[in-house]
Every structure is written in structure tokens, then in C-alpha cells.
Ligand binder design. Sequence first.
Ligand SMILES: C[S@@+](CC[C@H](N)C(=O)[O-])C[C@H]1O[C@@H](n2cnc3c(N)ncnc32)[C@H](O)[C@@H]1O
Length: 156
Amino acid sequence: MRLHLCAVGRLRAGPERDLVDDYLQRLGRSGRPLGLGPVAEHEVEDRKGGGMAAEAALLARTIPEGAALCVLDERGRLLSSPEFAQALADWRDAGRQDAAFVIGGADGLDPGLRARADLAVSFGRMVWPHMLVRVMLAEQLYRAATILAGAPYHRI
Ligand SMILES: C[S@@+](CC[C@H](N)C(=O)[O-])C[C@H]1O[C@@H](n2cnc3c(N)ncnc32)[C@H](O)[C@@H]1O
């Protein structure tokens, strides 16, 4: 199952970029034997001030047809890392070819896109900047792969 990180906004060179690159590289290696990956990042930017709806239209173009859709949203479900890993395994085992993980922009995610999601995941009730959410998502995807592989990275 191919994995897609779809985000509003560009992650410029810096510590967050380095962390995302590191976790995605590790995910690429750990995920391959599990049938998870490759991982692709898609960044969109609406320069015309069209708001959430315009961003949703740009994001929608990056989400492959039939992909399992997971949105990141502070109003979403609070999952443990093993529960998140299980969601990935369930989509893979159900024969999904793609899974897309979507991070919104400054105003959040368009309600229509949120309504389409198979899963809305919250990293807590506080609002995080989109670039930190991308780092945390990359780490949780890598952690999920290690959990599914039975590797010792996730110790609890
Ligand atoms: C700066 S936040 C936007 C917050 C916006 N006020 C809202 O209502 O969604 C940018 C994006 O980061 C993600 N995000 C921020 N905090 C989050 C959290 N606690 N859990 C999951 N995703 C979060 C969401 O995808 C959000 O659209």
C-alpha cells in the first residue's frame, strides 16, 4: 500500500524538514517488507486566497482514487500508536492500494474533505503548527511500521 502525505504549505529547509526526511527514510526501509510504501509527499499552496475550499480542491488532486483517507484534525479520534498501526494494517489487508494522510492549512481542513475521511486522527486537543504535525505524523507512521514488524522501537 503506497503512502501519501498530503499537506497544505511548504516545509522549507530546517529542523522540521530534516526530521520528516529522517522518519520517512526509516519508514521506507521498515515498511517495504510489510507492504507499506513507498511514501510520497505532496505539498499544495493556494496563492489566490481561496481558503479551505480551494485548498481542499488542490489536496483532492493529490489523493489517489480509492485511497484510504486519514485526515489530521484536533477534533478527530485519540488513538494509541498500536491502534494507528492496526488501522494501517487493516487498510493494507483489505487490499487498499493507497492511503493518504492529509494535513490542513492555517484555517484547518474543509468540512467536505473531513466528511469523506475514513479516519480523523487527533494528536491531542491542542492545535499544533502544520509543520510539527507533519513531523509527528512521519514519526507515527514509522512507529506504526516498527509495531507491525515487531521491532523494538515501540517499547510499551
Ligand atoms: C494550524 S492547524 C489549523 C487549525 C485550525 N484552526 C482548525 O480548526 O483546524 C493546521 C493543520 O494542522 C493539523 N493539526 C493541528 N493540530 C492538530 C492536532 N491536535 N491533531 C491533529 N492534527 C492537527 C490539522 O490538519 C490542521 O488542519
